[in-house]
Design a protein around this ligand. Structure first.
Ligand code: PLP
Length: 382
């Protein structure tokens, strides 16, 4: 069993080839203009992204981690204020909470969708809780309707970490829909190359409908300054540059097409894997569409053995995430311990993500799944 094409976790080369001339022209235009920072491309892209996401305001910034930090900075929190997020995610959320001297509070996740368990949210709220950051993991949206209801009841701000679900839709019980990142008081996203809307370096953006927050965050990203060299706020330097904006403005036009390609690939995987024992294919969240940033399986046993086998056979895979945030060394000072968030801890031992990108086709997937089947045979024989 062989294949004569390289396998990638994310095939950014193949994706680029299809829009190469459009991209190359746009980059050349920026270079010739020499307008590298705050060029017209940044405004144009922000405007188009706001239109796509049906958000009133979009603030492009340096990356998705900065976006989270700037969002928290705009809320005027003070040291000791508590911010709730989940322990089964990328480190960025808890990192910015800690950097700002705020106190991270975790709420465990649902085992099936792997996202914040809203039934456990209210119990974690104290008089010091000032913000909640639900993470839209792997391409689906957290259950935002109950999360917003609880937050509004307690007068708490909600920041959606939308680094992985841009383009997904959430349906409310009255039938209305909103885009991921346009539901909370603030939404943030990342344009890291491998994200669903990725640029050719680092990039990020912040969404909001709130004019006050928009004005505030617009100042914060630019050294806290509204009038040049007059600083009203302590800010940061976090900007999306013109080249990245020009690339993103082109890729934004293809975002829904990219989402459909990922969904089609996920459906082929589901079908191919339906006959394989011992694995659970991704569970669908009830009110969200899925843009499949990752295609993540859960294995009751043998995950590490399968990972070893994939490594040996040179099949790309990812373990997102191997250690829950509350058990990371860097955050041991907060006094969390093993057993605090059992679902997240369990998921870290069960998950394995298969290659997922816009260029996957049936032949590649057949090859991957055939290898997985052989790998699972040795797992069953353990
Ligand atoms: C990628 C990611 C981030 C951080 O984005 P960067 O642009 O890499 O800083 C934050 N949160 C989640 C869930 C992510 O996947």
């Amino acid at each position: 069993m062989t294949i004569d094409r390289p396998l990638y976790m994310v095939d950014l080369k193949g994706q680029y080839q299809k829009i190469k001339s459009e991209i190359d022209t746009a980059i050349a235009d920026v270079v010739e203009s020499a307008y590298f920072i705050k060029g017209p491309w940044v405004k144009e892209f922000a405007c188009n992204l706001a239109g796509y996401n049906k958000s009133k305001y979009v603030i492009p910034c340096g990356n998705g981690t900065d976006a989270l930090q700037i969002a928290l900075m705009a809320l005027d929190l003070k040291p000791g204020d508590e911010v709730i997020t989940c322990p089964f995610t990328f480190v960025a959320t808890v990192e910015v909470i800690s950097l700002l001297g705020l106190t991270p509070v975790f709420v465990d996740v649902h085992e099936d969708t792997m996202m914040l368990d809203e039934t456990k949210l209210e119990a974690a709220i104290t008089p010091n809780t000032k913000a909640i950051i639900p993470v839209h993991l792997f391409g689906q949206i957290s259950n935002m309707e109950p999360i917003m209801a609880i937050a509004n009841r307690h007068n708490i701000s909600v920041i959606e970490d939308n680094a992985q679900a841009i383009g997904a839709d959430y349906t409310f019980s009255d039938g209305t829909t909103k885009k991921a990142g346009a539901i909370g008081h603030i939404g943030t996203t990342s344009f890291f190359p491998s994200k669903n809307l990725g640029c050719f370096g680092d990039g990020g953006a912040i969404f909001t409908d709130d004019e006050h927050l928009f004005t505030r965050m617009n100042m914060i990203i630019n050294h806290g300054m509204k009038v040049r060299y007059y600083h009203d706020d302590i800010g940061v330097n976090s900007r999306l540059d013109s080249i990245q904006a020009a690339v993103l403005d082109i890729k934004l036009k293809y975002l829904d097409e990219y989402g459909s390609a990922r969904k089609a690939a996920a459906e082929r995987y589901n079908q191919m894997l339906s006959k394989v024992d011992g694995i659970k294919t991704p569970a669908l969240a009830s009110n969200s569409t899925h843009v499949f940033h990752q295609y993540t399986l859960q294995l009751e046993q043998g995950r590490d053995e399968l990972a070893e086998y994939f490594k040996k056979e040179k099949i790309p895979f990812g373990i997102y995430y191997p250690v829950p945030l509350h058990l990371q060394k860097a955050y041991s000072g907060y006094g969390f311990k093993k057993g605090d968030f059992p679902v997240s801890e369990k998921l870290c031992k069960k998950v394995i993500s298969l290659p997922m990108h816009t260029e996957l086709d049936e032949e590649l997937q057949n090859f991957i799944v055939k290898k997985l089947e052989v790998g699972m045979q040795s797992v069953v024989n353990l």
